[in-house]
Write a new protein. Sequence first.
Length: 419
Amino acid sequence: MTLIAVGINYNTAPVSIRERLSYPADKLYASLQELSRIQDISEAAILSTCNRTEFYCTSASADQQILIDWVARNKQINAADFSPYLYSHKDSELIRHMFRVACGLDSMILGEPQILGQMKTAYQAACDAGTLGKQLGKLFQHTFSAAKKVRTDTAIGSSPVSVAFAAVQLAQQIFDKLSEQTALLIGAGETIELTARHLSQQGIGRLIIANRTYDKAHSLAVQFNGYAIDLSELPTHLAEADIVISSTASQLPILGKGRVESALKKRKHKPMFMVDLAVPRDIEAEVEQLRDVYLYTVDDLQHTIDQNMNSRRQAAEQAEEIIDTQVEYFLAWLRAQGAQSTIRDYRLAAEQTRDEALQKTLTQLKNGLAPEEALNRLAHLLTNKLIHTPSAQIRAAAENERHDLIAAAREIFKLSNSQ
């Protein structure tokens, strides 16, 4: 069996191609079963995210074209439309690729952790569809182990490299317990959504989302158990916020010095942590002059992000070394599978010899042979039967000058050199 894969990702294909080859969760079950029914393919899994779609299989053939042809049929797309954007891997290359993907080494944001969860989702989908077997199932399990080792042994995921994550991490440094704080997010775009997700994961006490379009704010707030307000309600709720993070497309500032000063008075000058992630800025620069405000801009965070990216690149070099070792471990496991049938047959032959010798000894005991004599005869009989065939083969190897077989026998049976 050969491990084969084809795929596209953000590096090789534009979004117009990636979206045509994507697989929503409700389509995976049927697609996986259809893929696994193709002649020569025995196991199958599909990883589908916004940035990549990859097809993993074990096949009696090393020809990836069978996968490409199936994708074309399944998606009703001319193969020529997407083939130029594909990459393919097999065997050790595929193993390495899966390990690198799971560790975030092949991601748009180096070391991002979401892809590991997406790979686990792909694994579970294949399990549910019954399209995983011994080899591909084991490869997924080893992939998760390799990713865990990289996360544990390197700093690849310890430093934030998105402004949203950096903003939340900074808030954690300022406040001992986010669970006791109220966060006000201004905007409802991707950055604010990511910020809301990070805050929710860190156990923020209360979340308010303000947006010019109330429905967008409400839709986002529902996801994270928050409270939505219209942008016009901002003056009423600003004083409630310990943390304010803003990212809108407004061409004019949304929060001025006077409005923030009024909120501070209502708070009895309890400090506010504010992060302006917008360009142009949402919060007037003069707000920084207020004594009880800690205001950071996207430029303040960018320096931290640049440093963290350098840290991740260094960690990625360590991760590649770990992956090299893990690939060798899995290849060794694969090679060992080729010997399983030989080991099984050898064990069966030995068990048959044992059963025959035991039955003969039991008969002798019934006929009155002394137990001690019976045990001695059993030991001799078993020894003679078990070494007879190997001895004959080694003798024949010597007669035919097969010194390689003799050396192999000494290694297999762990024989010390006799004088």
